[in-house]
Design a protein. Sequence first.
Length: 244
Amino acid sequence: MKDIKLSIIIPIKDIDYWKNNVIRNVDLFKKYNFEHEFLFVYSSKKDNSIISLQKILKKEKNIGFYLDQGNSIYSAMNKGIESSKGSYLIFIGADDSFNESQISNFIETLNNNLNIKYDLILFEVLFKGETEKRSFWKKEGGITTQIHWTLGQPRIHQGILYKRSFIISKKIRYLSNIKVTADYIFTSEVCSYKPLTLIKNFPIIFYNTDGFSSKSSYSYRLIEHIKGYYLIPRLRKYLFFVIV
């Protein structure tokens, strides 16, 4: 069996509305000779929408459904990390769509760089329904080079590929007790190690701007950022910059 190059981790719950979108993402990768896996992670129990999706995808060899004993989207992502086998990890929602026009470039980028040991590969995303409005995954400046990742790091993790061996070796996990910003804190911890990073300026994901995190207020997200930075010893010394 060939080594799996990419693990696509998707927390799922009550996904009837997004089922066709999930199937579309699976079908896109079937067109290419590319070793990958889809990991669907659900909490507590399978609802009817998950049972239905599993029946549709039962003949696919690169699909896995995993039970997470926790009860949060970030706990499910941690379960995905533990269950994954790919060289790189990407975390998306059932409502996010891979950009069909860039899949071949995406796969080529991954194939060409597997042996270079990049810890992060950063891509762009396109906001759904606003194809001219892009979120560029370029590192912005900061007060100093030591904290540029705190003030200017990429925020939308659907456009980030994480080297699995790096995540495992550093024991980095999502804070499951943080409700909406644990992905930002996760990436902050990764970037605090000054990882070897590759930036590719093309969009790989259509990102749904109406996700659960967008419904929280700025003040709530700031409180979670402060809490998350405090809970992770490596980030605690940067709390001042988060507050400011």
